[in-house]
Design a protein around this ligand. Sequence first.
Ligand SMILES: Nc1nc2c(ncn2[C@@H]2O[C@H](COP(=O)(O)OP(=O)(O)O)[C@@H](O)[C@H]2O)c(=O)[nH]1
Ligand SMILES: [Mg+2]
Length: 449
Amino acid sequence: MASAHSSTIAAIASPTGVGAISLIRVSGPRAIEIADLACGGIASATMPRVARRCKIRDAAGSVIDDGLLTVFLCPNSFTGEDTVEFAGHGGILVTRETLARFLECGAVHAAPGEFSQRAFLNGKLDLTQAEGIMDLISAQTRLAIRAAHSQLEGTLGKRTTAARDDLLDILAHLEAWIDFPDEDIDPQTTAQLRLRIGGILETIDSLLATADQGRVLREGVRTVIFGEPNVGKSSLLNRLLGFDRAIVSDIPGTTRDTIEEVINLGGIPLRLVDTAGVRESDDTIEAQGIQRTVRQIEGADLLLEIADASRPRPERAVYPSNHATHLLVLNKSDLGEHSTWKGSEATRISCASGEGFDTLSEKIRTALHFAEADFGEHAIAINARHQASLGLAHTNLSAALDLLTAEYSDPELAAIDLREALDALGEIPGKVDTEDLLGVIFSSFCIGK
Ligand SMILES: Nc1nc2c(ncn2[C@@H]2O[C@H](COP(=O)(O)OP(=O)(O)O)[C@@H](O)[C@H]2O)c(=O)[nH]1
Ligand SMILES: [Mg+2]
């Protein structure tokens, strides 16, 4: 396979820092030749895909590192190009020096995500699979890992490509008619076309329905802990996190800013937000904190309203309403419960003793309807980019349907809409000219990936 790139890139693929092993990747048409210069000819003499012990030497012949070299020949590599990987000792300096030697021998430093970008350009991955790699690396829960693998296997890419192929076929029919304008469109056939477009719309709807789950898996459920000052909001955050992240004190108004941390609650990533207690305040900093709380509440998926069980039930405060799931949590149950709370539906906990947390976890899971069973082997959870493209395709397909009814049809205009839908669908796996898109996606990768 001819490579689309003439340069040979190199980068450290392991994280920065000291570890047992570091990995350096070299990819491109001169990868083997460059590695040969650095390791004294071993790269071209070794069998592909078999790790071989070798020493990397500087120009004067001194040993920089001693490790394992593996060669992958084009097109049977991640990037689809000739690739050499060197696993060396995981010291910061020794790794940098090894990379510097590869650069000196003719490689250029890879840009973030350039290995994956080359894999995409050489047809080894589609865009959804490349995004799946990123999802896998940043997965916070097992469910997120599963969804990432499904995307990595190409489940989403295959579904959108199938829908796109179908659309291409419909468009070809329509354009045949346009080219022979004397023949009226047979209403029978219009009905068939409508049916097929309807089928694609159904596929799009089912994919769009996974957007919320996708966002939750990637970013976590936005969970806002709110309530009056001193009821134990920061204590709850700390308890759920398992360490003291937020300052806890008996001085009301201690938390002035919002604090965010992600936890894994039995497979559900929760993006916990501790907020400043909502009350009237003359303190300008506290007042700003309270304003932030209000904004957080507006954007929440899950609201945990905390109250002090040992104190009288307050007048119901007016909080900004949103559609989030709302759970009332009565804290400080160790101090006994004030009679005004009698019979109220709430989860009783004590941040002091740890009592009630299992129940709270269970309530949160149930409230979010986030059952692991929903997540089968080939689960799809689309991201914001997919959502935008699918939304656009949906709009255009719906418009085309309106132009192709039994009573009235305008195949020319319908074809324009179908073309737009085709482009939008093509953007998902990256089947259209998407130069800008590629820049945006791959630049968010780490160097060496
Ligand atoms: N007895 C008791 N005290 C608690 C409990 N949770 C928090 N506190 C105390 O209540 C005070 C306020 O807690 P904090 O978490 O700062 O409340 P926040 O203002 O709502 O963030 C602190 O003195 C905590 O030690 C609890 O479950 N039982
Ligand atoms: Mg606090």
